[in-house]
Design a protein around this ligand. Structure first.
Ligand SMILES: [Zn+2]
Length: 243
């Protein structure tokens, strides 16, 4: 779970330093220190980053504990161990790492003009493209399904077949579903917990994802689910017509 560092290196680099910033790019959480060292955390499927009093009992799958000077621990807990923690010695190293992996951030950088530019000449299907972090960073399977439902676009539409008004709707929808997810403090279908251990509430408000066979909130047609590649896609066959 430490692809480019070790416990010993983390100790030698981090001890005695102060957290200067906490940020995010795509699905990477970025923790910056006062000497320009950076720790990134990618939660993957089941990882949770918890900020808890040191006296809290450690749960079984605690893989990293960073003791802070206010008697709190930052703990990375991940039953499936897909999560990854990286260390970078400078913001240059960090930015090189992120630039190799991530396209424009879906929440910060994306707008209709940029999305139109990126879709030009892309003949693949729209859904897998949205999941490609190098195309646009930060959209996962759940939020892609929700955004396509909101924009009334079938997940199998060819990326370069979208009309300007459809691209505009999609850019809006991506930002909207992510913003709502954040306001509701995440989607806790299974293991996701906030930094204080609280589940999010966004799962109560989903329109398509996880709702196969249930009525589309917009038109009442049962939501359908299909496989695209390795991932499932939920959509409304009425509101999101087949291409
Ligand atoms: Zn519908």
């Amino acid at each position: 779970m430490l692809p480019n560092t070790s416990e010993a290196e983390l100790q030698s680099v981090l001890i005695g330093h102060t957290v200067a910033s906490v940020d995010r790019r795509g699905k990477y959480l970025l923790i910056g220190f006062d000497d320009d060292a950076w720790v990134t955390v990618h939660r993957k499927m089941s990882g949770n980053l918890l900020l808890v009093p040191r006296s809290t009992e450690r749960s079984l799958h605690t893989h990293l504990v960073v003791g802070l000077d206010n008697d709190m621990d930052l703990r990375f807990v991940d039953p499936r161990k897909f999560g990854r923690v990286n260390l970078f010695r400078s913001s240059v190293e960090l930015n090189d790492f992120l630039a190799e992996r991530l396209g424009p951030d879906s929440l910060v950088d994306l707008d209709a003009a940029l999305l139109a530019e990126k879709l030009k000449g892309r003949s693949g299907r729209i859904k897998p493209l949205l999941l490609d972090q190098a195309f646009v960073a930060g959209v996962g399977n759940l939020y892609a399904d929700e955004a396509l439902w909101e924009a009334k676009l079938h997940p199998l539409r060819a990326a370069n077949s979208l009309a300007p008004d459809e691209i505009g709707r999609l850019a809006e929808a991506i930002k909207h579903v992510l913003t709502q997810g954040i306001e509701r403090r995440g989607t806790s279908f299974s293991s996701y917990r906030d930094s204080d251990g609280t589940p999010g509430e966004n799962q109560e408000f989903l329109n398509a994802y996880g709702r196969e066979g249930q009525a589309c909130p917009r038109c009442g047609t049962p939501i359908r689910r299909i496989q695209i590649g390795q991932r499932s896609s939920a959509f409304c066959p009425q509101c999101q017509p087949v291409p």
